[in-house]
Design a protein around this ligand. Structure first.
Ligand SMILES: [Zn+2]
Length: 1019
């Protein structure tokens, strides 16, 4: 199968040689030998490896050096610490057929225990075969304008580095033939119609669709008028809806904008500010579903949201918009069951696509010639309707079967990809675990939770009975585990030479879970005990990564890394560059936020090449360089999970939940994503976790419902001549069940020539998400302060432009005016500046926490991002003590300011990542006692109090509230912290997160609005 957009008719000739081909193969290692491919029922990869029908050669990473003796050991659950190690035979290359190792092993026993290896690994690092160093530069650095105040949000070349095998970005129209992917061979995709195809006078064909009226720019009515909000302050701010003077018709009670009138109140000594009147998002994001009223054929906005649902018709108009123009794509977003994406199988007819621009058939195509032809909505080409797909048209020119066909009536469909497009059998779900067993991991109790959680999920792994599993543990040496199904218990083989990694047993390190289930169970049962006395403090993380690549390269899959300490041995070892306060505020500040050693980016490129996605679980108590290690997840479509100062007793529930979700959620494998759009516009930059394979093809070794992608759009022509722009997201992937699928989302947006309309149709959620990703990337090459200033500047410029639209006409001097659609934007930008990733300086967040927060923000979908930026704060003591057990009433969200906290109250804060329960000084002790079973008068250490359900109504209600809030976003488990008013932890746990208040060096919401107002007034 071809990747999305690389697709071509299955029998197209000509395959460029793959730059990824490894070993002696002259053609791609993934070419199927004939029509008989497809997984055998057994699903065993072993048979694939030995079948000789063109499975891939081992990874091209070469390791040299004299061989040393690995050790082979076997252990039992009964006495895991008392195992024997044996010298294992060395296999010359991983690709050679393996001689099965069984029973008592060759070689002489070596008395040895882990942690006292006689073969001390060397510190010298092994160089990978050298990809061009220039290609490994930080993408962000090269993608971000060098000066603050310059065009932060101007579309720039793609943000991803050009890596070995991934062509550099070239101007469109100057594309060399694309090198073939190791998995998918085919010529360079034609992703967009050639620009010269249509003259400027081109007029789009009439659409027969009944929705044509919507497609030509019919605009939904302006949003309803908001409640009148007025408040006074030091400077007497009034927040009002403004209507143009002169009297609008009585029925036109809706307004285009709102305003804050700003001016000092003479003689006012009132220090209190009625901050309650400022706009704040106290209800959940509405997902912009109103767009579906005007565009019912569009996909649901949960899959695709533009930053404004009005595409500017000209470059000059776009230049006045100032905010980023782009989209947020969430291809696998979860929705209600009744809105499940329909699956369409065209069978032998094949998936129907435009011959020229390759878009998939969708509800916006039109049929002509009595149903024998269809016109592409993207490039207007007239395509033939395949014989088997023919259907007559009704009197309006619509196909009679349109309502019965999801691809002609729904904005989202999933096509089953036909077999003739495939060049290798769909891979089985594959999970490989890389587990740090050094003393740090043992002491924090990590191993037991890891092994128990994995074991509890084994029955729910996606893709039963095809799923594959394997383990590699490491400290200063690497421990391979033979899980061959014929064994009764696993065998451990220790490799101590870190300079010359090889696989002691190439075939049985990644095994079919069903076949080897009993061995896997024994392994997981014995893992915690096996290393319980380990005192080894070293971490051969880099060599372990290389070994994992060698094991996984045949299939691909997910690599889950559990790491508790800074990599210290072998290639990729890192130094404690840590939190050096002296670098903050200097030009070198940002360097700490970028990977130090190019090794990790190189490994990420290798992983992506072999369809391996990396999830990093980071547990270190000390500095750990998440900036470097996280890049493994960044470029492989993975995720960074950070548990600072992990302690099993505190964090186990959160960690267990999040790992279980990772292991059991539906995952799309070996995926590629492309977003096509109509003539005259194109996506130019992409932001998220992926590897950019060509100008617009995102490689995603694995992707799931918890990942969203952002991208910026630019106009290619000075003027757009169409009235509608179409977008089509296509995600080509292998389902866990082993089917190749193409998930397609199609949407249309009007082209407009009115700047006011761009503002009216603005989507704050989408803008905030795109801006936050641009800001995170900007902070990788700039000081935090500069990044924050840039965001503020963008906000000011856009409000100033908006003001200029109305100021003269409506005589609005002395007011800060803004469109209804963007009323929360100033608050979200303020909150972004105060987020862990971007706030303050050295002392305001640890470097690792900053970087981890940045990685999290780079994958978050809109709803999670908005919740993180404006968390929920609820007063719940009255709800808990009410007589009724009924909790149907939704919780009332409060403003995020300490002024909302009553000393007699009990409050719950929820940012989607953690809960904080705040106890006022005079909160009822009976209430506290029934929930936490502690007596506040005895000054208990609340950091040690564990929340669990007690047998009383209040406790049950609280637990239900927490459960309901957790259910709103199942991707993360909020850990609950309890804090009492006035105790030292209150500051960093809660008060610093009340973003409307002034905290060290930051503005309050009111001050921020005043600043923005003043700046937007100045010329
Ligand atoms: Zn087309």
């Amino acid at each position: 199968m071809q990747p999305v957009g690389n697709e071509k008719p299955p029998n197209s000739p000509g395959r460029p040689a793959s730059p990824f081909s490894a070993g002696p193969h002259t053609s791609s290692p993934f070419i199927s030998s004939g029509p008989g491919f497809g997984f055998e029922a057994s699903g065993s990869m072993t048979s694939m490896q030995n079948s000789g029908n063109g499975m891939p050669a081992p990874p091209s990473v070469k390791f040299s050096g004299p061989p040393t003796s690995p050790y082979l050991s076997s252990y039992s659950t009964q006495d895991a610490t008392n195992y024997h190690q044996f010298q294992a035979p060395r296999f010359p290359t991983p690709a050679q057929p393996a001689t099965p190792l069984q029973g008592p092993i060759v070689g002489s026993p070596v008395t040895n225990t882990i942690g006292s290896s006689s073969s001390q690994p060397q510190l010298s690092s092994v160089q990978l075969s050298s990809p061009p160093q220039t290609a490994m530069q930080s993408p962000s650095r090269s993608n971000i304008p060098p000066l603050p105040g310059s065009s932060l949000f101007t579309p720039k070349p793609p943000a991803q580095p050009s890596l070995p095998g991934y062509p550099s970005v070239l101007p469109r129209g100057n594309m060399p033939p694309s090198p073939a992917d190791p998995l998918y061979l085919g010529p360079r995709p034609v992703s967009q119609p050639p620009l010269q195809t249509f003259s400027a006078a081109y007029i789009p064909p009439l659409h027969a669709s009944p929705y044509y009226a919507h497609q030509v720019g019919a605009i939904p009515p302006p949003p309803p008028i908001a409640t009148h909000l007025g408040f006074s302050s030091r400077e007497q701010i009034q927040f009002t809806n403004v209507r143009p003077p002169g009297g609008a018709p009585i029925q036109d009670l809706t307004e285009e904008f709102q305003s804050l009138s700003v001016g000092s109140a003479p003689g006012s000594h009132d220090p209190g500010v009625d901050i309650k009147s400022l706009p704040r998002p106290l209800i959940d994001d509405d997902e912009q579903t109103k767009i579906l009223e005007s565009y019912p054929l569009n996909c649901h906005p949960r899959f695709l949201r533009l930053t404004t649902h009005a595409i500017p018709s000209s470059q000059s108009l776009l230049a006045r918009w100032h905010l980023p123009l782009g989209a947020v794509v969430h291809p696998l977003a979860e929705g209600p069951d009744e809105e499940a994406v329909p699956i369409v199988n065209f069978g032998p007819a094949g998936v129907i696509r435009c011959r020229k621009c390759r878009i998939y058939i969708n509800p916006y195509v039109t049929f002509t010639d009595a149903g024998r032809k269809w016109r592409c909505n993207l490039c207007s080409l007239l395509n033939d309707v395949p014989g088997g797909y023919y259907c007559a048209l009704d009197a309006t020119g619509r196909r009679c079967d349109a309502d019965q066909r999801p691809e002609l009536s729904k904005g989202s469909v999933e096509f089953v990809a036909p077999t003739e497009y495939m060049v290798r059998p769909p891979m089985p779900p594959s999970y490989f675990f890389l587990i740090d067993v050094s003393v740090a991991a043992v002491q924090c109790g990590l191993l037991e939770i890891v092994s128990k959680t994995i074991k509890s999920c084994l029955d729910e792994f996606p893709g039963f009975p095809r799923s594959q599993i394997g383990f590699l543990t490491f400290d200063s040496t690497l421990h391979f585990h033979n899980l061959q199904s014929s064994l009764t218990q696993p065998q451990m083989m220790v490799v101590a030479d870190l300079d010359d990694i090889f696989l002691p047993l190439p075939d049985d390190l990644l095994v079919n879970l069903s076949d080897s289930r009993h061995v896997v169970d024994v392994f997981l049962d014995s893992l915690p005990n096996m290393f319980q006395d380990n005192v080894n403090v070293e971490s051969a993380f880099g060599p372990a990564l290389k070994a994992a690549l060698m094991v996984m390269s045949q299939i691909g899959g997910k690599l889950l890394i559990f790491q508790s300490t800074l990599p210290s041995l072998g290639v990729g070892h890192l130094r404690l560059r840590g939190d050096d306060p002296r670098t903050y505020g200097t030009d070198k500040e940002h360097i700490l936020r970028t990977p130090e050693d190019p090794f990790y980016k190189q490994m990420a490129a290798e992983f992506t090449k072999y369809h391996i996605s990396v999830d990093l679980y980071a547990f270190s108590e000390k500095y750990f360089d998440i900036a470097s290690l996280g890049s493994l997840a960044k470029y492989t479509g993975g995720q960074v999970y950070h548990y600072p100062s992990f302690q099993a007793v505190t964090h186990k529930e959160k960690f267990r939940y999040e790992l279980a979700r990772d292991l059991t959620r539906e995952t799309a494998w070996e995926a590629v994503l492309r977003v096509r759009c109509g003539k005259g516009v194109r996506f130019t930059t992409y932001h998220g976790h992926f590897m950019l394979r060509s100008t617009d093809l995102l490689a995603l070794p694995a992707v799931d419902c918890d990942k969203a992608f952002a991208m910026q759009l630019s106009l290619e022509d000075t003027l757009l001549t169409t009235k509608t722009v179409y977008f089509q997201v296509a995600l080509l992937y292998t389902s866990s069940s082993g089917e190749r699928r193409i998930r397609v989302h199609t949407a249309a947006a009007p082209v407009i020539a009115d700047l006011g309309e761009m503002y009216r149709q603005a989507d704050t959620g989408s803008i905030v998400l795109l801006m936050s990703r641009l800001a995170i990337e900007n902070a990788l090459s700039h000081k935090l302060e500069e990044t924050r200033q840039l965001m503020q500047l963008k906000l000011v410029k856009s409000l100033k432009e908006y003001r200029n639209l109305y100021i003269v006409q409506h005589r609005l001097g002395g007011r800060l005016i803004f469109p209804e659609s963007l009323k929360f934007l100033p608050l979200y930008i303020l909150s972004l500046c105060k987020s862990v990733a971007l706030r303050g300086g050295y002392a305001d967040a640890s470097l690792d926490e900053r970087c981890a927060a940045g990685y999290t923000m780079m994958i978050s979908p809109i709803r999670r991002m908005l919740k993180l930026l404006y968390p929920g704060l609820y007063r719940i003591d009255e709800i808990l003590t009410a007589d009724t057990e009924n909790l149907d009433e939704p919780l009332k969200k409060l403003a995020l300011t300490a002024q909302c906290l009553d000393v007699g109250g009990l409050y719950l804060y929820d940012d989607g990542f953690c809960f904080i329960i705040w106890l006022g000084r005079t909160v009822s002790s009976v209430l506290v006692n029934s929930i936490f079973e502690v007596d506040l008068s005895s000054f208990p250490d609340l950091s040690r109090v564990q929340l669990h359900e007690s047998d009383n109504k209040v406790s049950r209600k609280l637990m239900r509230i927490l459960k309901d809030l957790r259910a709103k976003d199942p991707s993360i488990f909020q850990l609950c912290w309890i804090v009492r008013q006035g105790e030292p932890r209150e500051g960093y746990l809660l008060l610093s997160n009340l973003i409307e208040d002034q905290t060290s060096g930051t503005s309050s919401y009111v001050d921020w609005i005043l600043q923005i107002y003043r700046q937007s007034q100045s010329s």
